[in-house]
Design a protein around this ligand. Structure first.
Ligand SMILES: [Zn+2]
Length: 290
């Protein structure tokens, strides 16, 4: 947050500010998935697994490459915090920062969830979003952001909150530990910044601070993904509920979320191959040597 400036503006301040913005990562050269084939593949899906994430908790799930999965609102408005890993290597996981740099602050149909360095490949592609009508509201808010991190007990403690053990960070740790047999201490470093499913967020116009407002999600809404590689997912039902007021406590009304794993009856999209890691050599130096 920028405070009162301590330095006077130079004579050419207006000209310096008027320089044309340039998109940092033009996506024209990004390999774009053939969405028409993805849409065709999702026309006939059969549910092969489903689970319920209870309020203020998290559950892990597996999605084989070439399958779809949905996160569904049931019972009432609820925000979900999503982590994704390569099933076969927990070191490869969702990279919300680079996903944001490539696709913007909020995701919807056609956007991809990229993995961290040195892998950097799409883990999943969003194939349907029943909240895509929301767009941008008058506060600059949108749905499904990659600008937040996940609520956690460390920040809550710094801000003076009471010790609380059902923040999304802790929920995701417990779920991953239970799934893998790792201890909480071993599981914690694998938990990472999330996709905030159904959360409505933005930056305030005056101070550019991160804000949230009550999610527009209603029972029956869902966000659907296609798995580009074998995925281990973990979904936390945020203690903030619809995130209309607070989080990191038991104060908000919370609801479960449902996860469905779906197999396309006619097989994966025509021409689809599991995603490959970035072609960069990994040398980091012109003289050679890895
Ligand atoms: Zn949360």
């Amino acid at each position: 947050m920028k405070r009162q400036p301590q330095n006077p503006a130079p004579d050419d301040a207006r000209a310096r500010r008027a320089v044309r913005p340039v998109i940092v990562y033009p996506v024209e050269t990004l390999p774009i998935p053939d969405m028409a084939e993805y849409f065709a593949a999702r026309e006939e899906l059969t549910v092969v697994d489903e689970l319920i994430v209870p309020p203020r908790d998290a559950v892990c799930f597996h999605v084989p490459a070439g399958h779809f999965f949905r996160i569904l609102s049931v019972e009432g408005p609820q925000v979900g915090d999503l982590n994704l890993w390569n099933t076969h290597d927990l070191k490869e996981r969702f990279f919300s920062g680079k996903t944001r740099a490539l696709h913007g602050t909020h995701l919807s149909t056609g956007d991809q969830l990229w993995s961290n360095l040195p892998f950097l490949r799409p883990l999943a592609t969003i194939t349907h979003d029943t909240l895509d009508w929301y767009g941008w509201d008058e506060d600059g808010g949108g749905v499904h952001d990659v600008i937040g991190t996940r609520c956690d007990p460390y920040t809550n403690a710094i801000l003076g909150g009471e010790e609380y053990h059902h923040c999304c960070h802790s929920n995701l740790i417990r779920a991953l530990a239970s799934e893998t047999g790792l201890s909480y201490a071993e599981a914690e470093p694998h938990v990472h910044d999330v996709l905030n499913v159904f959360m409505c967020t933005g930056f305030t116009k005056d101070t550019h601070q991160y804000f949230m407002k009550g999610s527009p999600v209603r029972p029956g809404d869902y966000l659907e993904f296609f798995a580009e590689i074998d995925l281990l997912g973990a979904l936390s039902t945020c203690p903030g509920g619809d995130c209309s007021s607070g989080h990191s406590s038991d104060a908000a009304t919370c609801h479960p979320l449902k996860v469905e794993i779906l197999r396309p009856l006619a097989g994966p999209p025509k021409g689809w191959q599991p995603a490959k890691v970035s072609p960069y050599s990994g040398r980091h130096h012109s003289g050679g040597g890895i």
